[in-house]
Design a protein around this ligand. Structure first.
Ligand code: C5P
Length: 260
């Protein structure tokens, strides 16, 4: 693996070797690809992870799998050295969400989601719940689901264009002290401008050329999402429902590398 020597400020004169994103873009892409384990139970999750673990390092556990398998799936992924993103999109009264954020943090996940539509007080409570947590996960505020287009937004009374709505919701998150957001590739450049380099921007709705959009509405190809400023890409069905998930993941990593 091509590496570069880097002086890590916190380590003084200690030299660390890490993959060079220019010399080894595939290694860099691996660090930014999150596979959504949207499967019905623990057995299906294990089977998929067994097929993908040589290629992928991040896995997202969402409401389907967590509802079926509970914290056990997170323990299992962590024991194998994988990074876990718990995507339960908490959206409830502030006190309840703060408790849920504390509970999720105790599971050892590296990222977790709340939904911005819970409002400013809830977002503040979620961020506040992490103060005092020793190694806090990255809190991500979901802006607008990538499955929502203008018509879906209007139906629930959100009359702004999706781009403007996403920006409004991200500003609420920022005001609450949150620095991580989930948005589509269509809004990620605007959010990158808003958050600067400190922002952690996670983009689902990724569809490689020729892949079915399915229920997703605001979609983009992997390289475009990265070029627009995404920190991480979330890919579910294009990988998990492929005849050979590992082979498809490798193809997606190559596409991502082209966008780095
Ligand atoms: O299968 P697909 O690639 O569409 O999966 C996308 C994943 O990202 C799903 O697990 C979905 O829950 C999640 N997600 C999303 N849109 C958001 C937030 C999360 O699609 N705004």
């Amino acid at each position: 693996m091509p590496v570069r020597e880097r002086m890590k400020p916190s380590l003084g004169a200690v030299r660390v070797l890490e993959p060079d994103p220019i010399l080894d873009p595939i290694a860099e892409a691996r660090k930014r690809l999150i596979v959504a384990l949207d499967v019905p139970d623990l057995a299906a999750a294990i089977e998929l992870v067994n097929r993908l673990q040589q290629v992928c390092s991040w896995f997202k556990v969402g409401m389907e799998l967590f509802t079926a398998a509970g914290p056990r799936v997170i323990e299992l992924l962590a024991a194998r050295g994988h990074s876990v993103f718990l995507d339960l999109k908490f959206c409830d009264i502030p006190n309840t969400v703060a408790g849920a954020v504390r509970s999720a943090s105790a599971l050892g996940v590296r990222m977790l989601t709340v939904h911005t539509l819970g409002g400013p007080a809830m977002l503040e409570a979620a961020q506040g719940a992490l103060s005092g947590v020793p190694h806090p996960p990255q809190l991500l505020a979901v802006t607008l689901l990538t499955s929502m287009d203008q018509a879906q937004c209007r139906a629930v009374g959100l009359l702004r264009a999706p781009g403007a709505q996403v920006e409004l919701l991200a500003r609420l998150g920022l005001a609450a002290g949150i620095r991580g957001f989930v948005c589509s590739a269509l809004e990620v450049a605007a959010l990158r401008a808003l958050t600067g380099s400190a922002g952690v921007l996670v983009v689902p709705g990724i569809r490689p050329a020729g892949a079915h959009a399915g229920d997703q509405k605001r979609v983009a190809a992997p390289a475009d999402a990265l070029r627009n400023g995404a920190s991480y890409l979330v890919v579910g069905r294009p990988i998990t429902q492929a005849p050979d998930p590992a082979e498809t993941a490798v193809t997606i990593l190559a596409a991502m590398a082209a966008g780095l």
